[in-house]
Design a protein around this ligand. Structure first.
Ligand code: ZN
Length: 252
């Protein structure tokens, strides 16, 4: 029996607000084509023909997230930072509906404060932070999880990162995959999964725009695994109330 679910190419859409790369020379040097282009390269190099990958950005009509485009997306990646407030209610509603119906979502770094992530979590999703180019050690705390498939070490490190520290104001994650330790002493739940409706959500902390995080091979590996993990399941989502017959009437 063929399982279409796993033989059809995975349809990935990478969304980036695409602002820092245009205004900050440091960011432009690291990501001349935009952060989304680097994420796309990383995913394409790992997933090859098993995925089709497109990009969308904030300044496109409807932020590049038309109904048709979302309807043909299996997994949406989200990078935003300085323009969260420019994402309209209509698009937040639309993306949320697609996630509830089964589309996967991978929220990156400062996307913790995006309107869509806050909507899905129902909390402020705030945290402590410091930008001091310090070392981050990402401990794998769920080594059997598909998101860390193929990673045999117990941790990996990024030499220079922006620090995010607890308390991270999110609901209790369904699963923790990574906990980060920083040279300055803080810790952070840096890889968390959630389900909302039929949709799978992965929040992954690394990705500050002034460091070459999305060129890092381990990061690319995690993102490719996350895309595959977040693929919609085969079941049918019923997101409506239904009034049903009273079975007791037949029994009296
Ligand atoms: Zn940052």
């Amino acid at each position: 029996m063929t399982n279409d679910q796993n033989t059809k190419p995975l349809r990935i859409l990478i969304w980036n607000e695409f602002r820092h790369e245009k205004s900050n020379p440091t960011v432009k040097e690291i990501y001349p084509e935009g952060i989304h282009a680097a994420i796309k390269d990383g995913l394409q190099s790992r997933l090859g023909d098993s995925a089709t990958i497109d990009c969308a950005t904030l300044d496109e009509p409807e932020h590049g997230l038309t109904k048709e485009r979302l309807a043909s997306t299996d997994v949406l990646f989200w990078w935003g930072h300085m323009a969260h407030d420019e994402v309209t209610d209509e698009i937040v509603d639309r993306v949320q509906s697609r996630i509830l119906a089964g589309m996967g979502l991978v929220v990156l770094h400062s996307g913790h404060a995006s309107r869509i992530f806050q909507r899905l979590m129902g909390t402020g999703c705030m945290l402590r932070w410091r930008e001091a180019a310090e070392k981050e050690r990402l401990w794998i705390v769920n080594p059997a999880h598909p998101i860390v498939a193929g990673i045999e070490d117990e941790f990996f490190e990024l030499p220079h990162t922006e620090m995010y520290g607890e308390f991270f104001d999110i609901p209790e994650p369904d699963e923790l995959v990574f906990i980060s330790w920083f040279a300055g002493g803080e810790v952070f739940r840096s890889g968390c999964t959630f389900r909302r409706g039929a949709g799978k959500i992965f929040y992954f902390r690394p990705g500050h725009e002034t460091y070459p995080i999305f060129h890092n091979d381990m990061i690319r590996r995690v993102l490719a695994n996350a895309a595959q993990w977040a693929r919609p399941d085969a079941g049918t989502y019923r997101g409506e109330a239904r009034q049903i017959e009273n079975p007791l009437e037949d029994l009296t």
